[in-house]
Design a protein. Structure first.
Length: 349
């Protein structure tokens, strides 16, 4: 019988648990406390997934026999009906016994969008961009393979895993992240305090917010530190990220970026450069509390977006930032009749 056991601090057994895929002869071991999804991937069994942290629900599997421990009870993808149905979020569940699970699919190779790998990384530089915002540059043990717009999961300490979007181009052993500190909250405090020379575990890539092919206009919308993913996409579209010539499209690109103050509008000058390098690039800023001399919109990022939406209804949209911002943008797009399958977003929580 199936049981999805919430995290109670129960000590995990010291031996690995064996997980068998129902109706097949495939099985893999999961080390004590290890997540089902990660263990499957490390064993070369690629189950469906997308966000890697409990946000999307793509990785749910049905436990036919055995018990699991949910490691992030508040994960948005956890549905109270899951326990009754024996369904668990594989990226945030650890077996507490041997298991038989039913997965919608299991492949021998990763999807091209998500060839996720484990890395060890050392912090090389820490650059203060604003009072509570830093850019971290890390050196990985091997080349980072991802699509601009995707994110990593950083292992910041025991039980402390948090997502950060890659802020620069792929294809080298360097990755950069723009990290905001939320005082008193564990993940961002730890990431913000990382010192050069310190090492962390990095899993990448995750996420579905990568550039889709086509000639439609691309609209990139960033709120706060959502700028990391949007900046990577803007660099790519500007052809500054090792973009193959064939991908240097001439389609119109509109970048909308909102923050509270000018000081928090980090990476603005870089965005000015990227949009200027595009054949048809446009940058629109919004500040909640503008300084004297600010020439952009006043208010949330939805203000300049709403003004231009009637002309951009046929675009592909890429939206990154805190949930309140991504929800507001999605609601606005819906009222303008934008097809939601054209909206790709990373909601930061
Ligand atoms: C796809 C994605 C990309 C992100 N990119 C950036 C970025 O580029 N820059 C940036 O500053 N922030 C980014 N974030 C937000 C970041 O991951 C943290 O949520 C934020 O730093 C606050 O973490 P905290 O621990 O300080 O706060 P907390 O309040 O402790 O946690 C905040 C959020 O972290 C998540 N969380 C909590 N516990 C767990 C857990 N056990 N496992 C996984 N997640 C958990 C939940 O979403 C929670 O709501 C991103 C988030 C997501 C989902
Ligand atoms: S909830 Fe597990 S991959 Fe998104």
């Amino acid at each position: 019988m199936t049981a999805s056991v919430p995290a109670t601090g129960t000590a995990a057994a010291a031996r690995p648990h064996r997980v068998t895929l129902a109706g097949t002869d495939r099985s893999f071991d999961v080390a004590p406390g290890e997540r089902l999804l990660g263990a499957a991937r490390r064993a070369g069994v690629w189950l469906p997934y997308e966000c890697g942290w409990g946000g999307c629900g793509t990785c749910k599997v049905q436990v036919v026999e055995g018990t699991t421990q949910l490691l992030f009870e508040a994960a948005p993808a956890v549905d109270p009906r899951d326990a009754r149905r024996g369904r668990v979020v594989a990226c945030q569940s650890a077996p507490t016994s041997d298991l038989v699970v039913k997965a919608p699919r299991a492949d021998d190779v990763p999807t091209p969008e998500r060839p996720t790998r484990d890395h060890r990384a050392r912090l090389e530089t820490r650059e203060e961009l604003a009072p509570d915002i830093v850019r971290l540059r890390l050196r990985l043990d091997r080349e980072a393979v991802y699509r601009p717009g995707q994110h990593a999961v950083l292992g910041l300490g025991p039980g402390l895993r948090r997502c950060y979007s890659m802020a620069g181009p792929p294809g080298s052993t360097e990755v950069s992240f723009v990290v905001k500190r939320y005082p008193g909250r564990p993940g961002s405090e730890r990431a913000f305090a990382l010192a050069p020379g310190e090492e962390v575990d990095v899993e990448l890539p995750y996420g579905d917010m990568w550039l889709r092919d086509g000639d439609r206009p691309a609209v990139l919308v960033a709120g706060g530190t959502g700028i990391s993913a949007i900046s990577a996409l803007a660099q790519h579209l500007a052809g500054q990220a090792g973009t193959p010539a064939a991908e240097r499209v001439s389609r119109p690109v509109h970048v909308f970026y909102g923050a509270a103050t000018r000081a928090e509008l980090v990476c603005w000058d870089e965005l000015v450069e990227h949009t200027a390098a595009m054949p048809d690039g446009h940058l629109h800023g919004a500040l909640v509390t503008p300084d004297a001399g600010w020439g952009g919109a006043v208010g949330f990022v939805t203000e300049p977006l709403a003004d231009r939406l009637p002309a951009l209804g046929d675009a592909d949209f890429y939206v990154a930032g805190p949930p309140v911002m991504t929800d507001a943008v999605t609601a606005l797009l819906r009222t303008h009749g934008v097809q939601l399958d054209r909206v790709h977003h990373d909601s930061f929580g």
